[in-house]
Design a protein around this ligand. Structure first.
Ligand code: LLP
Length: 443
């Protein structure tokens, strides 16, 4: 959370809009985004890294809302895609194809062909086999495919093991020991143009020296490529800049820039980066409404209308998300996580309760917060789950045949519904009750 989400007169605002008004208009659960947060974070990177002329390619997987992608494209952002669908999405939002990079360990020929046709900036290649496939696709189109080699530098990003990608045991990138052999093969394959190197060592990284170490690890290889006359232009340092889920957890972008920019500059390369969470994470919240208060044994469950299908992160990563009532009369104006969390025990009121905040889904892992002390809440009251702008909606599903929630974009004192709540018809779209055509196993 940050100043874009703040309390005023004891209630939560997103920019200039009381979020309760949005809930009254579109119902709950609902994702609410501050457009200005996205733009501000983008700008912070552009300024923080200005000495290395950065191209920010926002990572679409973090939050792929079309309205937000459009605002980012208008602000000059590029995009990092990992599927044909994400390339399509970015283009539909108005992206410049020359600012799209395409990563992923399993790009398929059809996806590669589509991206070549669109004229993207480059493919981040993750294996020797992929070099061959891209080269073939480019030959077919009689063009040169622009590529970067994604190197696995074997660096520990010190983050959750599911979102660590730069250690040797991870499936991502080319083992640095095999990198020279790849360079040799690129020379042989006439339809490839090596434009840069790519690194992405993990997500939610809160130690700038991790990124710096990754750059150090690939520096000898970059120097060798230069000696071999490869016309390198870019060093893509990936994403991973961590944010504050807990107060004070994330790093200011200046700390990353200080550790990384001089190294990139010394290499004489232009910086490209692919932040997802840094731009979107604290730019979104999920509002949910209390359905039932359920004391049970020594537990006190607060059953809300949002669930793991809407926001999966607590269930699969045991991720912490701050949760707090939308109406919180005792809070000082301006209270927000960025101000070192005034949302602490002194704001709990006399009748605080230690809740397990859980959803309606039929799994015990369906929760937003366990053993969390909150002001006492009643049925029908709104609870805000903060820092839900990254990997929230994009990881939502229809599990338990629940419709996915709407997404609302706030810009100043205006808001609009950028994606509607899924309706019953949406939940069975593409299905049939009986066969329209039957295929026989026999020839
Ligand atoms: N570039 C590549 C190649 C990536 O794989 C990712 C994220 C990013 C950039 C953006 O990383 P960021 O700046 O957002 O850290 N679902 C998990 C996060 C998965 C990250 C996957 N890759 C979560 O909810 O924490």
């Amino acid at each position: 959370m940050n100043e874009e989400f703040h309390y005023k007169n004891g209630e939560l605002f997103c920019e200039g809009v009381p979020v309760q008004q949005i809930a009254a208009k579109v119902g709950t659960p609902v994702y609410i985004y501050s457009q200005n947060h996205f733009l501000k974070q983008h700008q912070a990177i552009v300024e923080g890294f200005k000495e290395v002329d950065p191209l920010v390619c926002y990572s679409v997987k973090a939050n792929s809302n079309l309205g937000l992608l459009r605002a980012m494209a208008l602000a000059g952002s590029g995009f990092d895609a990992v599927s044909k669908g994400e390339v399509y999405r970015a283009l539909r939002a108005g992206a410049d194809p020359q600012k799209i990079v395409f990563a992923g360990v399993g790009k398929q020929p059809e996806e590669i062909d589509y991206a070549l046709e669109q004229g993207i900036l480059m493919f981040n290649v993750e294996s020797e086999a992929e070099l061959e496939t891209i080269s073939k696709a480019a030959a077919k189109r009689k063009c040169e495919a622009p590529i970067a080699l994604r190197i696995n530098p074997d660096v520990d990003p010190k983050t959750h093991k599911y979102i660590s990608t730069g250690k040797r045991e991870n499936k991502f990138g080319i083992d640095i020991a095999r990198a020279e052999a790849c360079a040799k093969r690129i020379k042989e394959l006439k339809n490839l143009r090596l434009r840069g190197l790519h690194l992405h060592i993990g997500s939610q990284i809160t130690y700038a020296d991790r990124h710096a170490e990754a750059i150090d690890k690939v520096t000898p290889f970059i120097n060798s490529l230069k000696k071999q006359d490869f016309p390198l232009e870019f060093l893509n340092v990936g994403g991973g800049f961590g944010i504050s889920y807990h107060p004070g957890e994330g790093l200011p972008i200046g700390d990353f820039a200080k550790a990384m920019a001089p190294k990139i500059k010394a290499l004489g390369l232009k910086m490209l980066c692919e932040p997802g969470r840094f731009i979107s994470g604290n730019g979104g919240i999920m509002l949910t409404q209390v359905i039932y208060d359920k004391p049970s044994g020594d537990k006190h469950f607060l059953i809300v209308d949002g669930a793991m299908n809407d926001l999966l992160r607590p269930s699969i990563y045991q991720a912490f998300h701050l949760a707090w009532p939308v109406k919180s009369p005792g809070l000082p104006d301006g209270a927000a996580l960025a101000n070192n969390s005034p949302l602490t025990d002194k704001n709990l009121g006399k009748d605080a309760v230690t809740y397990d905040v859980v959803g309606p889904i039929c799994e015990s892992g369906d929760y937003f917060a366990l053993g969390r002390k909150l002001p006492k809440m009643n049925d029908g009251e709104l609870l805000c789950v903060f820092s839900a702008g990254a990997y929230g909606y994009t990881m939502a599903s229809n599990y338990n045949t629940r419709g996915r929630p709407p997404e609302v974009i706030v810009d100043g004192d205006k808001y609009w519904v950028s994606r509607q709540r899924e309706k019953l018809e949406d939940l069975i779209r593409g299905e049939r009750l009986t066969p329209s055509e039957t295929f026989s196993a026999k020839a």
